[in-house]
Design a protein around this ligand. Structure first.
Ligand code: PMT
Length: 219
């Protein structure tokens, strides 16, 4: 692992879950711990990049030489990402962004009613990585794909639909990898083909991914 690989480059990474408020005490979220994105930020900083981590709520400490911007919701993450991505060289979307948010956020705590069910209407959140890929001066734009079936096929669809340069696909049904674990195994999917990286620690994987991305940036 070469420490100067990303010297002079600005790298922006999204990480962790987002929280979509229902009322002052409740929210919709997911099991992302932030470990994958934080490992990538640590590796990018080790490689000499000016590294910005846009993070949803996590329990993790900010890696050394990384600037962290804390956000809560997908809409907050969207605003911070578009602002920071405008002049960056590499954007990596590892966050597990909620696809939908409650249409209305109740000002007061919702009380339990007499009925056996209540209905929550959800509206679509903006797609952060797709918006970054549409910037006039777009960075090299990398998305993740968290899939439970048809890993490569669905990742390739995301590559095309979101106009990404690369998709890092992980199978979230496999035990011991993906959400909230210390290890991951991925398949890189781009226009040139596919590359499998077997299970290893997220720290080790992040270093290998940064090496591959630095080569792609240079070519
Ligand atoms: O945080 P960890 O516990 O370490 O777990 C890591 C991880 C499993 C969360 C990570 O490896 C991962 O797969 N992250 C992406 C999870 C996800 O939401 O995937 P998706 O297939 O739903 O989204 C595809 C891509 O679009 C992702 O790059 C996502 O960040 C991005 N996206 C999605 C929705 C949205 N509104 N905006 C986005 O930018």
């Amino acid at each position: 692992f070469q420490t100067g690989l990303l010297a002079g480059k600005k790298v922006v990474i999204t990480a962790g879950p987002t929280r979509e408020a229902i009322d002052p005490v409740r929210y919709i979220s997911n099991h992302s711990s932030g470990k994958m994105g934080y490992a990538l930020a640590e590796a990018a900083a080790e490689a000499g990049a000016h590294t910005l981590l846009i993070s949803g709520p996590t329990q993790l400490p900010c890696p050394a030489r990384v600037t962290r911007i804390d956000v809560v919701s997908a809409v907050d993450m969207f605003a911070a990402s578009l602002r920071e991505a405008a002049d960056c060289d590499l954007f990596i979307a590892s966050a597990a962004v909620a696809d939908y948010r409650p249409r209305e956020v109740a000002e007061q705590k919702i009380k339990k009613g007499e009925g056996e069910s209540i209905t929550l209407t959800l509206v679509k959140n903006p797609d952060i990585v797709a918006a970054v890929a549409r910037l006039p001066q777009r960075p090299f734009t990398v998305g993740f794909a968290a899939e439970s079936e048809h890993l490569v096929e669905y990742a390739r669809r995301k590559l095309v639909r979101k106009k990404l340069d690369l998709v890092i696909a992980n199978d979230i049904t496999q035990p011991g990898i993906g959400f909230n674990s210390d290890n991951n195994a991925v398949t890189l999917v781009d226009a040139a083909g596919e590359q499998v990286i077997d299970q290893r620690s997220k720290t080790q994987l992040a270093r290998e991914l940064v090496t591959i991305l630095a080569e792609k940036l240079a070519s």
